[in-house]
Write a protein that binds this ligand. Sequence first.
Ligand code: HEC
Length: 127
Amino acid sequence: MFKSFLALLLCLLVLPAFAADLEPPSLERGEELWGKCRACHSLEPNGRNLVGPRLFGMFGRQAGSVADYRYSEVMKTSGVIWTDANLDAYLAATQDFMPGNKMYGGLAIAQDRADLLFWLKHKLGVK
Ligand code: HEC
Protein backbone atom coordinates (compact mmCIF):
# COMPACT_ATOMS: atom_id res chain seq x y z
CA MET A 1 0.00 0.00 0.00
CA PHE A 2 2.72 2.40 1.07
CA LYS A 3 4.79 1.32 -1.93
CA SER A 4 2.01 2.06 -4.39
CA PHE A 5 1.49 5.40 -2.71
CA LEU A 6 5.16 6.16 -3.22
CA ALA A 7 4.98 5.03 -6.84
CA LEU A 8 1.97 7.27 -7.42
CA LEU A 9 3.72 10.19 -5.78
CA LEU A 10 6.76 9.61 -7.96
CA CYS A 11 4.62 9.57 -11.10
CA LEU A 12 2.91 12.78 -10.11
CA LEU A 13 6.24 14.45 -9.55
CA VAL A 14 8.13 13.06 -12.53
CA LEU A 15 5.54 12.90 -15.33
CA PRO A 16 4.74 16.62 -15.49
CA ALA A 17 8.48 17.29 -15.61
CA PHE A 18 8.66 15.28 -18.84
CA ALA A 19 5.43 16.59 -20.27
CA ALA A 20 6.51 20.15 -19.64
CA ASP A 21 9.50 19.63 -21.92
CA LEU A 22 7.35 19.03 -25.00
CA GLU A 23 6.79 21.80 -27.49
CA PRO A 24 3.51 22.00 -29.40
CA PRO A 25 3.69 19.28 -32.10
CA SER A 26 4.88 20.27 -35.56
CA LEU A 27 3.28 18.90 -38.75
CA GLU A 28 6.35 19.77 -40.77
CA ARG A 29 8.67 17.90 -38.46
CA GLY A 30 6.18 15.02 -38.26
CA GLU A 31 6.20 14.64 -42.02
CA GLU A 32 9.98 14.61 -42.02
CA LEU A 33 10.00 11.91 -39.36
CA TRP A 34 7.65 9.75 -41.44
CA GLY A 35 10.75 9.23 -43.57
CA LYS A 36 11.84 6.79 -40.86
CA CYS A 37 8.75 4.62 -41.33
CA ARG A 38 7.84 4.82 -45.00
CA ALA A 39 10.30 2.17 -46.19
CA CYS A 40 8.27 -0.40 -44.26
CA HIS A 41 4.73 1.03 -44.07
CA SER A 42 2.19 2.48 -46.50
CA LEU A 43 -0.58 4.86 -45.41
CA GLU A 44 -3.16 4.65 -48.21
CA PRO A 45 -6.54 2.97 -47.53
CA ASN A 46 -5.64 0.06 -49.79
CA GLY A 47 -1.90 0.55 -49.49
CA ARG A 48 0.40 -2.38 -49.95
CA ASN A 49 1.79 -4.24 -47.00
CA LEU A 50 5.55 -3.81 -47.17
CA VAL A 51 7.93 -5.16 -44.56
CA GLY A 52 5.31 -3.93 -42.09
CA PRO A 53 1.51 -3.72 -42.41
CA ARG A 54 -0.30 -0.74 -43.97
CA LEU A 55 -1.05 1.76 -41.22
CA PHE A 56 -4.25 3.28 -42.61
CA GLY A 57 -6.84 3.17 -39.82
CA MET A 58 -4.30 2.34 -37.15
CA PHE A 59 -5.55 4.79 -34.50
CA GLY A 60 -7.95 2.99 -32.20
CA ARG A 61 -7.52 -0.31 -34.01
CA GLN A 62 -6.54 -3.59 -32.38
CA ALA A 63 -2.87 -4.43 -32.88
CA GLY A 64 -2.21 -7.12 -35.45
CA SER A 65 -5.52 -6.80 -37.27
CA VAL A 66 -4.70 -6.00 -40.91
CA ALA A 67 -6.21 -9.14 -42.41
CA ASP A 68 -3.79 -9.71 -45.27
CA TYR A 69 -0.57 -9.11 -43.34
CA ARG A 70 1.43 -11.83 -41.59
CA TYR A 71 2.14 -10.55 -38.11
CA SER A 72 4.27 -12.13 -35.46
CA GLU A 73 2.28 -14.30 -33.08
CA VAL A 74 2.87 -11.86 -30.19
CA MET A 75 1.50 -8.91 -32.12
CA LYS A 76 -1.49 -10.87 -33.41
CA THR A 77 -2.49 -12.13 -29.97
CA SER A 78 -1.48 -9.12 -27.85
CA GLY A 79 -4.98 -7.68 -27.47
CA VAL A 80 -3.37 -4.21 -27.48
CA ILE A 81 -5.49 -1.34 -28.81
CA TRP A 82 -3.52 1.37 -30.56
CA THR A 83 -4.45 4.29 -28.38
CA ASP A 84 -2.23 7.38 -28.47
CA ALA A 85 -0.56 6.28 -25.25
CA ASN A 86 0.12 2.75 -26.53
CA LEU A 87 1.47 4.03 -29.82
CA ASP A 88 3.74 6.40 -27.97
CA ALA A 89 5.01 3.61 -25.71
CA TYR A 90 5.47 1.18 -28.62
CA LEU A 91 7.41 3.68 -30.72
CA ALA A 92 9.54 4.64 -27.72
CA ALA A 93 10.78 1.08 -27.24
CA THR A 94 9.16 -1.48 -29.51
CA GLN A 95 10.73 -4.52 -27.88
CA ASP A 96 10.13 -3.41 -24.29
CA PHE A 97 6.51 -2.69 -25.06
CA MET A 98 5.90 -5.96 -26.88
CA PRO A 99 8.81 -8.37 -26.52
CA GLY A 100 9.34 -10.53 -29.58
CA ASN A 101 7.36 -8.49 -32.09
CA LYS A 102 8.87 -8.06 -35.56
CA MET A 103 9.46 -4.31 -35.52
CA TYR A 104 12.67 -2.81 -34.23
CA GLY A 105 13.76 0.76 -33.88
CA GLY A 106 11.21 3.49 -33.32
CA LEU A 107 11.74 6.97 -32.01
CA ALA A 108 13.61 7.46 -28.74
CA ILE A 109 12.84 11.18 -28.44
CA ALA A 110 9.42 12.04 -26.98
CA GLN A 111 9.11 15.21 -29.06
CA ASP A 112 9.71 13.20 -32.25
CA ARG A 113 6.95 10.79 -31.31
CA ALA A 114 4.57 13.64 -30.54
CA ASP A 115 5.35 15.31 -33.88
CA LEU A 116 5.02 12.11 -35.89
CA LEU A 117 1.79 10.97 -34.24
CA PHE A 118 0.33 14.46 -34.72
CA TRP A 119 1.21 14.37 -38.43
CA LEU A 120 -0.11 10.82 -38.83
CA LYS A 121 -3.46 11.79 -37.30
CA HIS A 122 -3.66 14.79 -39.58
CA LYS A 123 -2.73 12.69 -42.60
CA LEU A 124 -5.20 9.91 -41.75
CA GLY A 125 -7.99 12.32 -40.88
CA VAL A 126 -8.16 11.31 -37.21
CA LYS A 127 -9.39 13.89 -34.71
C1 HEC B 1 12.36 -1.94 -40.96
C2 HEC B 1 10.91 -1.93 -41.12
C3 HEC B 1 10.07 -1.05 -40.23
C4 HEC B 1 10.22 0.29 -39.96
C5 HEC B 1 11.32 1.23 -40.43
C6 HEC B 1 9.08 0.67 -39.15
N1 HEC B 1 8.27 -0.41 -38.94
FE1 HEC B 1 6.49 -0.41 -37.97
N2 HEC B 1 6.32 -2.43 -38.20
C7 HEC B 1 7.24 -3.21 -38.89
C8 HEC B 1 6.84 -4.60 -38.80
C9 HEC B 1 7.58 -5.78 -39.41
C10 HEC B 1 5.65 -4.62 -38.05
C11 HEC B 1 4.84 -5.85 -37.65
C12 HEC B 1 5.31 -6.35 -36.30
C13 HEC B 1 4.84 -7.75 -35.94
O1 HEC B 1 4.07 -8.38 -36.66
O2 HEC B 1 5.31 -8.20 -34.88
C14 HEC B 1 5.36 -3.24 -37.69
C15 HEC B 1 4.24 -2.83 -36.97
C16 HEC B 1 3.91 -1.52 -36.70
C17 HEC B 1 2.71 -1.08 -36.04
C18 HEC B 1 1.57 -1.98 -35.57
C19 HEC B 1 0.60 -2.11 -36.73
C20 HEC B 1 -0.60 -3.00 -36.51
O3 HEC B 1 -1.31 -3.24 -37.52
O4 HEC B 1 -0.85 -3.48 -35.41
C21 HEC B 1 2.75 0.28 -35.98
C22 HEC B 1 1.69 1.20 -35.37
C23 HEC B 1 4.00 0.70 -36.58
N3 HEC B 1 4.68 -0.43 -37.01
C24 HEC B 1 4.40 2.01 -36.71
C25 HEC B 1 5.64 2.40 -37.23
C26 HEC B 1 6.08 3.78 -37.27
C27 HEC B 1 5.26 4.98 -36.82
C28 HEC B 1 7.35 3.76 -37.79
C29 HEC B 1 8.30 4.91 -37.98
C30 HEC B 1 8.75 5.57 -36.77
C31 HEC B 1 7.67 2.37 -38.11
N4 HEC B 1 6.60 1.59 -37.75
C32 HEC B 1 8.85 1.95 -38.69
C33 HEC B 1 8.35 -2.78 -39.57
C34 HEC B 1 8.84 -1.47 -39.55
